[in-house]
Design a binder for this molecule. Structure first.
Ligand SMILES: [Zn+2]
Length: 127
């Protein structure tokens, strides 16, 4: 059954809220990472460089994960504009509303998601 207008509206507002949160998070994490990297430059070789560097890398990798999610959600918005949102990109089946509510950026139905993760081998997705 295709998504109703109300269901699509709910998902889209969920996506937009999440995007706004992610944008703040990404800006904050990138800001912190760069602050830590500039602290690294200030300290030169007199301080504890390794801990600063590691902290900066943690923020950076978290920011990259957020950016991935942000991209996925932007993609979902784009698909909603194209009218292809909520349709499995592999088999064309309609993705159940409950799945989309749990994972608004889902591209595939559960079956295809499992197949695609098997195909990609060690690459694990939380979708
Ligand atoms: Zn499918």
């Amino acid at each position: 059954m295709p998504l109703s207008e109300a269901q699509l509206g709910e998902l889209l507002s969920q996506i937009r809220q999440r995007l706004a949160v992610l944008e703040e998070e990404i800006a904050r994490k990138l800001g912190q990472a760069s602050e830590e990297f500039s602290a690294f430059e200030r300290i030169g070789d007199s301080g504890d460089l390794s801990s600063i560097l590691v902290e900066g890398e943690v923020e950076m990798s978290e920011a990259l994960r957020d950016i991935d999610e942000w991209r996925g959600l932007r993609g979902a918005l784009r698909r909603s504009e194209e009218g292809t949102y909520g349709v499995c990109i592999d088999c064309g089946v309609e993705i159940p509303f409950e799945r989309l509510r749990a994972t608004p950026m889902a591209l595939r139905c559960v079956d295809c998601q499992v197949r695609s993760e098997r195909r990609e081998g060690s690459h694990h997705s939380t979708l």
